[in-house]
Design a protein around this ligand. Sequence first.
Ligand code: AGP
Length: 612
Amino acid sequence: MCGIVGYIGPRQAYPIIITGLKRQEYRGYDSTGVALITQEGLQIYKKKGKVQELEDSLIGQSLQSNIGIGHTRWATHGEPNDVNAHPHRSFGGKLAMIHNGIIENFAQLKSELIKKEYSFKSETDTEVLLNFIEDIYIHTGCPLEEAIRIALKRVSGAYVILVLDEDHPDTIIAARKGSPLVIGIGKNEHFLGSDATPMITYTKEVVYVNDYEIAIVKQDELILKNLGNEKQLPYITRLDLELAAIEKGGYPHFMLKEIFEQPTTIFDCLRGRLDAQQGRITMRGIDDNIEALTKAPRFIIIACGTSWHAGLVAEYVIEELCRTPVEVEYASEFRYRNPVIREGDVVIAISQSGETADTLVAIEKAKEQGAFILGIVNVVGSSISRVSQAGAYTHAGPEIGVASTKAFTAQLSVLMMIALRIAREKKSITDEKYLELLHELESVPEKVATVLRNAPALETIANKYAQSSDALFLGRGYNFPIALEGALKLKEISYIHAEGYPAAEMKHGPIALVDEKLPVVFVATKDEHYLKIVSNIQEVKARKGKVIAVASEGDTTIQSMADDVFYVPEANEIMAPLISVVPLQLLAYYMGVARGCDVDKPRNLAKSVTVE
Ligand code: AGP
C-alpha cells in the first residue's frame, strides 16, 4: 500500500503535502515524490528513499504553488528507484499522476499504447494507466474527468489516483476502487489523503470517497460522480480521532492493527496466484524455475527469528507433500559454518525486511558454492530480493510493529503455495489431495477472521497470566514451530522468559520446570498427534501447571482439563499453523500491554537487523 496526499486552496501546497506524506510513511516508504503546478508549469520532484530525504533535496527550491499531489511508495511493480517513484508524468508531459493500488491488466494496456508509439520511462503499472488516460484525453478531446472515466472502465485491479493537468491548474481529479481515499473539506480549500492524517490539523470534516467514484476537486467546489457520470451527494463525516490514532487505523498499536490485517494480507498474498476452482497455482518466480525446484535433491531454508519459524513449518510441509529433504538453518549459524552444498541444492531465503545481514551473508555463502537461491521477501526491491535468482513477494504491506505478525502468515501462505505447486509438478500427491489443500488454503482468511472476532477472550486470558515470570509453549508436528513462534512473540513483546518445545520433549527435562506458577501454552488443535498432546496436558496438570490451550472448535476434552481454552476453526493439519499462530500473537500482545510494555518498539530490538 502507498500513501497519497493532495491539496488545493489558498495556502502553499508543498508544506501541507510534505508533512502529510511524513504522516503516511507507515503506509510505504521506499520512494516518494511531489508534483506542483507553479508559475513555470507542472513540476515533479521525486526520488528513492524516505520523505525526509526528498524534503532535504528540495531545500532552496522555489516551490510556490497552491495545488499539488504527493506520494510515498510501497513498491509492487518495479523496484524502488527515482524513475519508478511517483508522481509520474505523462508521455505528452502535461499530466501528472500518483496511484495507490495494482492495475492487474497493465501489460495489455501497455502493449496497446506501444503500438501507438508510446514509450515509458518506468516499470510501473501507474505510468501505463496515466498514458492510457492521456491517449483518450488527447484523441477524443473530451474533458479530463471523462477521459479518466473511460479509462477506468477498462481497468481491472485496485486504485486510488490523483491527476493534475498543467492546462487546468485549478483542479485535482481523483478516483478510487479498492484503495482508500479521504477528502478533507476546508474553508475555500480541499485536502486529499489515503487517510485523514494529512488534513486533520486543518479540518475534521471529511468525505470518504466510495469505490467507482470520481472526485473533481476545486478550491471552492467538490463534485463527486460515479463511473456512469451521475453526480453523487458527498456524505460529510466529522472525525473524532486524533492524529496518532488515525495512523494506526484506529488501533492502539501498529502490532494490533497488523494482527487484524491478516485476513486481508493473506487474501492479498493468495490473490492472482491461487485459483482453487481451477486447481491452479500461478507464481512466475516458481513457474519459471519449476524444473530446478522439482529436481532439487534438497532444500536448505535459511532465515532468522520469526522467518526461521516459517521455514520450520515449510520443512514439515515440503517433506510431506514434495518428498524432498529439507534442512532449516539459522542464517547466523550457517554463515559461519563450512556448509556442504551439492549440485542442484536450492536455498530458500525467507525475510520480511529483505535486509537481515545474517541472511544476506548466508545467501552469498550458498551462492558461492553453486546453490540456486529462492527469496521469499516482503519488501520489494530489498537486498535479498535482488541477490536471489528467483522468488516470490509476500505482499503483506509495510510491517511497522517490530514483532512480525502479518508478514509471518504471509510467508506461510507463499510457502504453502510453493510446496503445493512443486508437489503438483512432481505428482507426489494425488489430484484429490492437491485440490483439497487448495480449498483449505483459500479458506484460511475467513478462519483467521473468525479467530480475530473472538480476540476479547484472549485479552481476558492474557490479563490472568500477565504477571508470570516464565512460560512454556508446546506443540507437536506442524504446530511445533507455532509453539516456538508463540514463545518468541511473548519474549519480545512482554519480556517474559518463554520457551517453545516439542511437547514430547518435556519428559526429557523441561517438565522439571512445571509448578503451580508456570503457565504452559499448548497448541492442541485436532491432528494426528492429538491424543499424544492430550497426554502431555495431563502430565502438566498432574504437576499443578497452569494449562492454556489453543484447541479446535467443539473440543470438550481439552476444555475439561485446561485452565483456559481458546478455540480456533478446524483446519487441515497442514494449514493449521496459519490459524493457530493468531491466538498466540494476540496473547503476546495483550500480555505486553497489560505489563505496560512498548509493544510496537520493544526494548533492545530493531525492525530490521542489518548488523551482525
Ligand atoms: C520477529 O518478531 C522478530 N522481530 C525477528 O525475529 C525477525 O523475524 C528477524 O529479525 C528476521 O527478520 P527478517 O524476516 O526481516 O529477515
